[in-house]
Every structure is written in C-alpha cells, then in structure tokens.
Design a protein around this ligand. Structure first.
Ligand code: DX5
Ligand code: ZN
Length: 233
C-alpha cells in the first residue's frame, strides 16, 4: 500500500454510468501507466444524507468485472448493521462517519474484526477533536471537502487548514494514518490538498464525468503529485 510519500487515486463510482459499469471501469483500470489504485464506493441511505445510492450487491458486481480493490464510504445511520455484508462482499476498507454513531471506538474495532482496514470520515463541520481517543485505530482519515450526499459539488477551501492540522497531529503521534479527501477533487483543487497533506484522492466528476476518464485520472494524478512536491513535510 501507499505510504506518506506517494499518492493514491480512487475514482468514485458515483459518477460512473451504472448502465455500463464494466465499460466505464475498464479503460481506467487498464491504463498504462496505472492511473487508479482502487475504487471508492459511496453508500448513502437517504437518512444520514439526502440521497440513496448503492450497497453490498454493487461491491460484488464491481468485483466481478474488475480486479481493483474496493473501499466503502458508509454515509448511513447504524453503520454497524452493514459491516458484515460489506466485508462479505469483499471490500478491503470501510470508512464510517464519526457523526453516524455514538460508539465510534467499538465501531472501528468491529471493522477490523471483519478483516477490513478502518477509516473515519468527518463532515466539514466536524472537528478533528472527535478523533482524540481513536487515532491509533485509523488506517485512514477521510476529510470531506464537500458536505456529503452528492457528487459534483464545489471543493471547500477552508478544509485545507483542517488537512494540515490533521497531518501535524498524525506526525506528532508518530502514526502512519493516511489522509484521504473526497468532494470537488479535480486538477485545479487537488494540488492544494496534497500540499496540505492529503495522500488519497477521491474523484468522481473529475474522472467519470469527463469524456476520456483514463486521461482525466492521469491528469488528476499529475496535478496531485505536483502539489505534493510543493508541500512542506
Ligand atoms: C460525496 C461522495 C463523493 C462523491 C465525490 O458525498 O462521498 O465520493 O462521489 O464526487 P465529486 O468528485 O464529483 O465531488
Ligand atoms: Zn465518498
């Protein structure tokens, strides 16, 4: 897996054509050099966020047509109810929202007990302070750079400072936690995110919303790496 010195690009399937999923994924997956590291699957329940998307059956469908790993971003209430089904469907990582549970520590332990990497996602208005007692359980911290619920929204620049503070906290604690960003990530925004410390980049519209998705993913990766070169370590 990636370390703090490299970037990973995770195309969000939310922006793919569900009627032609295999056809959408294939060019991105088979690009050489590689442009995508794994798929990001957005799970929305119509309650935690005002939209309904996909579930474990979609994970299984993606895994039938693609060899790339899949991570699940759970934007649902009662996420603990769905852990077994997503683990069974074959995701390698599960991201839960801190706002979706009052038992965050236990929930992260449960994700790990299911054999998956664990991550916490934070809405833009949720402070890093909620992580105080769970940092050691985090493989990944997902800093939402839009309000979750829909693709195609504008990146919130104020999140750059949150990313930078998270990076400092991870370094201070001597952890390997990777910072992921999700929402409005595109060639014109990704460089500032990687300069601030983001290492995993989720993008839907900027990849599947473009006429040539594989080339768009390559352009995003290049912009991300340029930003990383400008970041202070
Ligand atoms: C938003 C989702 C994102 C979404 C990003 O709630 O979590 O993963 O797909 O879409 P873009 O890249 O279009 O902002
Ligand atoms: Zn997402």
């Amino acid at each position: 897996m990636v370390n703090q010195k490299g970037v990973q690009v995770a195309p969000s399937l939310l922006a793919a054509d569900f009627g032609n999923l295999a056809g959408c994924l294939r060019p991105v997956e088979s690009a050489s050099p590689a442009v995508a590291d794994f798929w990001h699957l957005d799970v929305m329940d119509g309650h935690f966020v005002p939209n309904i998307t996909m579930g474990p059956m979609m994970v299984a469908a993606v895994r039938r047509v693609s060899a790339l790993p899949v991570e699940a971003h759970l934007m649902v209430w009662e996420p603990e109810k769905f852990l077994p089904a997503f683990a069974q469907a074959g995701v390698f990582r599960i991201l839960v929202h801190a706002e979706s549970t009052v038992h965050l520590y236990q929930l992260l332990q449960q994700v790990r007990e299911h054999g998956c990497q664990a991550g916490v996602a934070l809405n833009p208005g949720t402070p890093l302070a909620v992580l105080e007692e769970v940092w050691p359980l985090l493989d990944v911290l997902l800093i939402m750079t839009v309000e979750p619920g829909f693709g195609g929204q504008a990146f919130i620049p104020a999140m750059l400072d949150k990313i930078a503070r998270a990076r400092r906290e991870i370094a201070r604690r001597g952890l390997q936690t990777l910072i992921e960003v999700d929402g409005g990530i595109a060639p014109d925004t990704v460089g500032s995110a990687t300069a601030a410390g983001a290492r995993i980049l989720v993008a839907g519209t900027a990849i599947f919303g473009q006429p040539q998705a594989a080339q768009a993913a390559a352009a995003l990766r290049q912009a991300a790496e340029r930003g990383m070169g400008m970041g202070r370590r």
